[in-house]
Design a binder for this molecule. Structure first.
Ligand SMILES: Nc1nc2c(ncn2[C@@H]2O[C@H](COP(=O)(O)OP(=O)(O)OP(=O)(O)O)[C@@H](O)[C@H]2O)c(=O)[nH]1
Ligand SMILES: [K+]
Ligand SMILES: [Mg+2]
Length: 443
């Protein structure tokens, strides 16, 4: 039997041991597996309590089982669910009993979702939303993923694709009916009007994004500065735990230390780095090199200074730099040089003065960086790229009108093709492999 026709099974809940574990089975053997282990099948979609037994009749666990006959199931195939006690031995006995049934095998990562996709239960943008929802850490990530899972982008793309095909049909009808190759204006004019409107709608969605797709990865804020100014003290304050070693010894931090923060629903990665200075110690030199590299890649740099330390020596990058004067409990310190500085703050990382203002500013920065977000439909580079291709195709179509209707029709085909790929309708194999492999097993 082809692997695609085999019945797949997996532990779909978290890592054991857990109070309850859910094992899912999907495929034509699901019915037989359920009957073999649980005896009588429960009514569709209603929970039934059963003593599960292996093929030799030995009891496995007292369980709750569910039966979802296809096509009205998550994958579109017959699906069975076993809700068992989440111990390792229970699970290995259950999985062994299932795999003893012919034509069954352990599922690949994302394989349940892939089958759902192949059976038309969701389009590719929805599958991507599902993956994001499972991995969402913050509330804003969750809401964005849910919009995607609900098909907001997919629905727009389907509508655009249908209208492009309609416009092509008008133009191609014109090409077929004209002997001179001149498409009559009564066909061409409405087609061009549609193309212009479509181009406007797609570019509007692309423009409304801000950095919405970065909401999946988060914003990176680097704390950098000379040694001993209190960078590690600040990251500990932001994280509210001791993630980095603090000491009066200059050159304490060498590795890059990262913490993930949820700032008002925005995912923010804050990194603490080695104090930047000239040094003969090769280990510290490597730390300084990493500090410079990470600060250069960050979305925002907090350049820390302290009393008697000037604000010069900042790494040059494209990211905005905020100068944060620390240790104000010790006095005012050197005035901040204003050149090339986007904002300035005065704090005491040790006592906590000024931290609320700094955090509020970070939340504001994240809000601007990600855009208001609620309307954002594009969450991945893949989606953005294909929408751009569709918009470019439409634009070229409009430009090529003077060179002949065939060329316009060809550009429209390319635009419709890009949207088809967005939805996973065409040349899916390569894309699917890449996307579903990253899913969890059991999803
Ligand atoms: N008075 C005062 N001392 C502080 C403050 N913040 C940090 N310190 C002290 O400054 C010293 C250095 O702090 P760290 O957080 O280790 O500084 P750092 O910038 O990470 O140092 P390196 O990793 O060595 O570059 C420690 O003794 C801290 O207790 C502050 O706001 N006020
Ligand atoms: K230090
Ligand atoms: Mg440090």
């Amino acid at each position: 039997m082809h692997p695609r026709e085999q019945t797949i099974f997996a532990l779909s809940s978290g890592r054991p041991p857990s109070a309850i574990a859910v094992v899912r089975v999907s495929g034509s053997q699901a019915n037989q597996i359920l009957a073999a282990l649980a005896g009588k099948l429960p009514a569709p979609r209603l929970a039934g309590r059963r003593l599960l037994r292996d093929v030799a009749g030995r009891p496995i666990d007292d369980a709750v089982v569910l039966w979802f006959p296809g096509p009205a199931s998550a994958t579109g195939e017959d699906v069975a669910e076993f809700h068992v006690h989440g111990g390792r031995a229970v699970l290995s006995a259950l999985l062994a009993a299932i795999s003893a049934i012919p034509n069954t095998r352990a599922a690949e990562p994302g394989e349940f979702t892939r089958r759902a996709f192949e059976n038309g239960k969701l389009d590719l943008t929805e599958a991507e939303g599902l993956d994001d929802l499972i991995h969402a850490d913050t509330d804003r990530q969750r809401r964005q993923a849910l919009r995607q899972l609900q098909g907001l982008l997919g629905n727009r793309a389907r509508d655009w694709r249908e209208r492009i095909i309609e416009a092509s049909a008008l133009i191609e009808a014109g090409i077929d009916f004209s002997d001179e190759g001149d498409v009559p204006a009564e066909l061409m004019a409405p087609a061009l009007k549609m193309i212009r409107a479509l181009h406007g709608e797609i570019t509007e969605v692309l423009a409304a994004q801000g950095h919405a797709e970065r909401l999946r990865d988060g914003l990176v804020v680097a704390i950098a500065g000379p040694p001993n100014v209190g960078k590690s003290t600040l990251i500990n304050q932001l994280a509210r735990r001791e993630v980095a070693i603090v000491s009066p010894h200059a050159g304490t931090t060498r590795d890059v230390i990262e913490v993930q923060l949820d700032l008002d629903g925005y995912p923010v990665t804050v990194i603490d780095t080695a104090g930047i200075r000239e040094t003969d110690d090769p280990v510290e030199q490597e730390g300084v090199r990493r500090a410079r590299a990470r600060a250069a890649d960050a979305d925002l740099v907090l350049w820390l200074t302290g009393p008697g330390v000037d604000a010069e020596g900042r790494p040059v990058g494209t990211a905005p730099v905020w100068v944060v004067r620390n240790k104000i409990d010790l006095g005012e310190g050197a005035p901040v040089a204003e050149a090339a500085v986007d904002r300035t703050f005065a704090i005491s990382a040790r006592r906590g003065d000024g931290l609320a203002e700094l955090i509020e500013a970070l939340v504001g920065f994240a809000g601007e960086f990600f855009g208001t977000g609620e309307g954002a439909l594009v969450t991945r580079a893949r989606q953005r790229e294909l929408l751009r291709q569709a918009a470019d195709g439409l634009q070229r179509g409009l430009i090529l009108v003077k060179d002949g209707e065939e060329l316009v029709a060809e550009e429209l085909r390319a635009a419709a093709y890009a949207l088809g790929r967005l939805l996973g309708r065409v040349d899916v194999e390569d894309v699917l492999g890449a996307i579903f492999q990253k899913f969890c097993i059991g999803k």
